[in-house]
Design a protein around this ligand. Structure first.
Ligand code: HSE
Length: 428
């Protein structure tokens, strides 16, 4: 039997424990597929004493993940600590300098430091792999870098934060307000230590920036992602969007346009009968569009012990098999520096207005829209008992600049009782 591939695992939370369990349960199967056994040599975590439900007795212990990364008896450093900087970054950098392959689930670190780390790994001739960083158990990195390698990728779209999808679907299905579902998500342990990473769209934005780099051969540009979270989505919008045939999703869209690289992660309306419109609870979905293949849709668990550990193991097994691929699917040094698109593609928008109920009010609203060049596609006024008239509109396609012009005009009419709500309707 060939020598084993030796792993050092830093971080023994849910995912680290999942990796240990997969290796315990499937040692023979993995050795057969890899051409060599895969073993854990040493581990590191914050607490040695904590009971994690797995036996660590057979592994050397390091308090310091950087020391683990440099050990002479490991071949692959598996970074599962998380965090953009700090020990994760220091230990990954140390591993690369020490000539170790790296497997990480750390989207925040790669979204910021991925370019420099990929260049360092490639010049040290080691692998830096991150299947587990994007959409958990869904093999989206492999799909882009391998399965679709012959395509010009035209668009990447995804619901890639399970917590946000859980919150939005429970709000819709049970009519429960945001604050209450947020509290439930917290109690269930769904939320990141900093919940804003989830509900502010940052976690999903990190994932989109990584996919964009692979899809379009560009340097990772997280700063170029137009970000908006789900905190301001109300039950009213969910219900009224539903009434018009839509669901609200935190949707990421990336495409390379003549105006630059467009990357958006924001709440959008999608048709109820579209693949994204049928996505429930914490499930993730990614749509990849290539010029030869057309559209493919991948759906599965975006987080959790088994799914994320499954993705980590896929990278580890690739390394054992001797399969080497540049971190972002092509040499990092050749990735292009494309500016972020300042203006996103035109879209239809959902508008919710709360208007005074008086003669000529709608005339003023439609006038403001006409002045900005925004055309109405559909409109509905709901019955109401008091003097506030709820009005919903779906516009024809317009730019965000024209829409903002229209919204300013609508507010200046003085007939609105609340700030208008505008949500993009995405073509899917
Ligand atoms: N917090 C993420 C989610 C999982 O809810 O999808 C890790 O990225």
């Amino acid at each position: 039997m060939p020598n084993p591939l030796r792993l050092g695992i830093a971080g023994l939370g849910t995912v680290g424990v999942g990796v240990i369990r997969i290796l315990e349960n499937h040692a023979a199967l993995i050795a057969a597929r890899s051409g060599q056994p895969i073993e854990i040599t040493a581990v590191s975590a914050r607490s040695k004493a904590k009971d994690r439900g797995v036996d660590l007795a057979g592994y050397a212990w390091e308090d310091d993940p950087v020391a683990l990364a440099k050990r002479g008896d490991i071949d692959v450093f598996v970074e599962l600590m998380g965090g953009e900087d700090g020990p994760a970054k220091a230990s990954v950098e140390a591993a690369i300098v020490a000539g170790k392959h790296v497997v990480t689930a750390n989207k925040a670190m790669l979204a910021i430091h991925g370019q420099a780390m990929a260049e360092a790994a490639e010049s040290s001739d080691v692998a830096l792999k991150f299947e587990a960083a994007v959409a958990g158990g869904i093999p989206v990195i492999k799909s882009l870098t391998e399965g679709l390698a012959g395509n010009k990728i035209t668009r990447v779209m995804g619901v890639m934060n399970g917590t946000c999808n859980y919150i939005l679907t429970r709000m819709e299905n049970e009519g429960v307000p945001y604050e209450q579902v947020f509290a439930d998500a917290k109690a269930l342990g769904y939320l990141e230590a900093d919940p804003n990473l989830d509900v502010g769209g940052i976690d999903a934005g990190h994932k989109l920036a990584l996919l964009s780099s692979i899809a379009f051969g560009t340097k990772v540009n997280f700063a170029g992602v137009e970000l908006e979270g789900i905190q301001r989505i109300s039950i009213t919008d969910i219900e009224q969007a539903s009434d018009m045939g839509f669901r609200i999703k935190l949707l990421g869209v990336a495409q390379l346009t003549g105006r630059g690289l467009e990357q958006r992660m924001q709440p959008c309306l999608v048709p109820k009968n579209s693949p994204f419109g049928q996505l429930e609870n914490a499930t993730n979905m990614v749509l990849l569009e290539g010029d030869a293949v057309g559209q493919i849709v991948l759906r599965g668990a975006g987080a959790g012990e088994g799914p994320t550990a499954s993705a980590v193991m896929s990278d580890v097994i690739d390394i054992a098999r001797g399969f080497r691929l540049s971190t972002f699917g092509q040499p990092a040094i050749g990735l292009k520096n494309i500016q972020a698109a300042q203006v996103s593609a035109a879209a239809a928008f959902y508008l919710r207005l709360m208007l005074k109920d008086a003669p000529g009010v709608l005339h003023k609203i439609t006038g403001a829209l006409a002045d900005a060049g925004v055309s109405i596609d559909r409109m509905r006024q709901y019955s109401h008992a008091d003097t506030a008239a709820p009005v919903l509109m779906v516009t024809h396609k317009t730019t965000r600049a024209e829409l903002d012009h229209a919204l300013a005009g609508i507010i200046s009419t003085g007939v609105t009782l609340q700030d208008p709500v505008a949500i993009r309707i995405e073509d899917v």
